[in-house]
Design a protein around this ligand. Structure first.
Ligand code: MLC
Ligand code: AMP
Length: 514
């Protein structure tokens, strides 16, 4: 079943029903969504986009971005969202690997993105500013060349038929080798997960989601957007997370989803209290560990118990604390319905409750594979077909899963994943750098912050500011180390492997309040 059709079937039959309300009060009705996605989809077809062709999209969060996502599903194209923070070399890699037929980007990036797209023979390139939809004064000049062109098309009727195993999206995820992999997600992967979350979290007709997350990763796009679209689609739509705007909007919302940084920022606002949350029924956290102190402080301040869940790009959501029953801080709850989760030792034997091991899973939510990387795909699965998450965990005797670490070398900063290897490869190319180690260290806002430890070549001098500014030109800003330390040698174990745990310990207080 085409995921778009599943959403449309859940929309109100009254086409004037408002789905989405922006922070400025502008709105999108069912009729407008259905018409605009039909025109966008028809425009994709007129560009020669066939089912299975990739459409790469690097745009600011906007209503039009939602429409484009839905139009890709409707036309049977494969939606490939890209973080707006990605820079030239990152985008060049994604476009060359995924070979999209169309790229849609922010007009601010035309200067550097247009030559890359041209050199890689991307057939069609359009810009899309974060222009609001129903802004009548701004209809012509505010609209993107994408939107202006697409709206001239006669709307398509219906949708392109898709089978369960057909691709809906490709999401790139950096790898421990430093090379990003495109996780191929099917219509079934996405629909099964959204249906499960919809049921598990008890959505009803009266729910309104406060949507503040970015739209280019699993959390904002699938967990938040897909789930609410399956519920008829009522949401308050913020372009980015800002604590005070979110607090004001909670008066009209019932559900909020965020990364732990959103919760620490809400708590840092002295105006945030139980009264602000009177209309809310559910707060969901994920993408990074929620600290026990945040969980406890939130409960004390608001009376609400945050529901923590666990997932990843390759699998969508895997486990969740219960809607009814104990939501246990420091755990990510139980396996979702239809998902089999186990903790296994290095030798593959299943760990007993209380023992720590590798978190593995099987289910309709698990990716179809990595784009054009069959060997990588094979590496991530066990011989009996379980996907290896790279997270280490343990089950309690009563079935709650806790994540206790990662076997993959990964830093999660403000909910974004940063793979040290990718940064280390860039650092090692900088003049004067003999070797590097990138680590995550505790940070009160981002949870973990990226830091780099460098060894200079003989007689070379390395300047922190210089290193940071060099990396800023090449890497998405959230990956750029917040601090760079220069040392004469890196700690190593007997095998010669850099002991990152020693470095993490050594620099642990870097961001501690003075
Ligand atoms: C921004 N900056 C970050 C950062 N976000 N640095 C480290 N980590 C981050 N996450 C830096 C910028 O580079 C900039 O630095 C400075 O902070 C201010 O940038 P900003 O854009 O104004 O920041 P802000 O809007 O406050 O954004 C912070 C944030 C945002 C936490 C609101 O990062 C965010 O929305 N994170 C959510 C990520 C998310 O959706 N993750 C889900 C992945 S899916 P400088 O030096 O340039 O000034 C997933 C699966 C699952 O993990 O289970 O859900
Ligand atoms: P991504 O590849 O961006 O999808 O990130 C997935 C990773 O985020 C997982 O493998 C976990 O390491 C981490 N993650 C997601 N949710 C949680 C959570 N609730 N607690 C701890 N880590 C989490």
């Amino acid at each position: 079943m085409n995921l778009y059709a599943l959403f449309e079937a859940r929309f109100s039959t009254d086409s004037t029903t408002i789905l989405l309300t922006g922070e400025d009060g502008r709105s999108l009705s069912v009729g407008e969504l259905v018409d605009a996605t039909a025109r966008y989809a028809a425009f994709l077809q007129s560009l020669g986009v066939q089912p299975g062709d990739r459409v790469a999209v690097q745009v600011e969060k906007s209503v039009e971005a939602v429409l484009l996502y839905l139009a890709c599903l409707r036309a049977g194209a494969v939606y490939l969202p890209l973080n707006t923070a990605y820079r030239e070399s990152e985008i060049a890699y994604f476009l060359s690997d995924a070979t999209p037929k169309v790229v849609v980007h922010s007009p601010n990036d035309t200067e550097w993105l247009a030559p890359i797209a041209a050199s890689l023979n991307v057939r069609h390139r359009y810009s899309m500013p974060a222009a609001p939809l129903s802004d009548s004064q701004n209809v012509v000049e505010g609209r993107s060349d994408w939107d202006q062109n697409a709206r001239k098309c006669s709307p398509m009727t219906g949708f392109v038929h898709r089978e369960d195993d057909d691709l809906a999206c490709i999401l790139y995820t950096s790898g421990t080798t430093g090379r990003s992999k495109g996780a191929m997600l099917t219509h079934k992967n996405l629909s099964s997960n959204a249906e499960t979350l919809h049921r598990t979290w008890g959505f009803t007709e009266s729910d309104v989601l406060l949507h503040c997350l970015p739209l280019f990763h699993v959390h904002g796009l699938f967990v938040a957007l897909n789930t609410i679209l399956l519920n008829g689609g009522k949401m308050i739509f913020h372009r980015r997370f800002d604590a005070s705007s979110a607090i004001s909007a909670m008066k009209r919302a019932t559900v909020f989803m965020g990364v732990p940084t959103y919760y620490t920022r809400l708590l840092a606002d002295p105006n945030f209290d139980a009264k602000c949350c009177e209309h809310m029924r559910l707060f969901v956290s994920g993408s990074a560990p929620l600290l026990p102190e945040t969980f406890a402080a939130f409960k004390q301040r608001t009376g609400h118990t945050i529901l923590e869940r666990y997932g990843m790009t390759e699998t969508g959501m895997i486990t969740s604390n219960p809607l009814h029953g104990e939501r246990r801080g420091g755990t990510v709850g139980f396996a979702l319905a239809g998902v089999e989760v186990r903790v296994a030792h290095d030798d593959g034997s299943i760990a007993k409750p209380g023992d720590i091991g590798h978190i593995q899973l099987k289910g309709p939510n698990v990716l179809a594979g990595y784009w054009q990387m069959p060997e990588k795909t094979a590496e991530e699965f066990t011989s009996d077909g379980f996907f290896n998450t790279g997270d280490m965990g343990t089950f309690s005797a009563d079935g709650y899963l806790s994540i206790v670490g990662r076997s993959k070398d990964l830093v999660i900063s403000g909910g974004y994943n940063v793979y040290p290897k990718e940064i280390e490869l860039m650092l090692d190319k900088i003049d004067g750098v003999a070797e590097s180690a990138v680590i995550g260290i505790p940070h009160s806002d981002f949870g973990e912050a990226v830091a780099a430890v460098l060894v200079p070549k003989p007689h070379a001098t390395l300047e922190e500011a210089q290193i940071i500014s060099t990396l800023k030109k090449q890497l998405a800003n959230f990956k750029v180390p917040k601090r760079v330390f220069v040392v004469q040698e890196l700690p190593r174990n007997a095998m010669g492997k850099v002991q990152k745990n020693v470095l993490r310990h050594q620099y642990a207080d870097t961001f501690a309040p003075k």
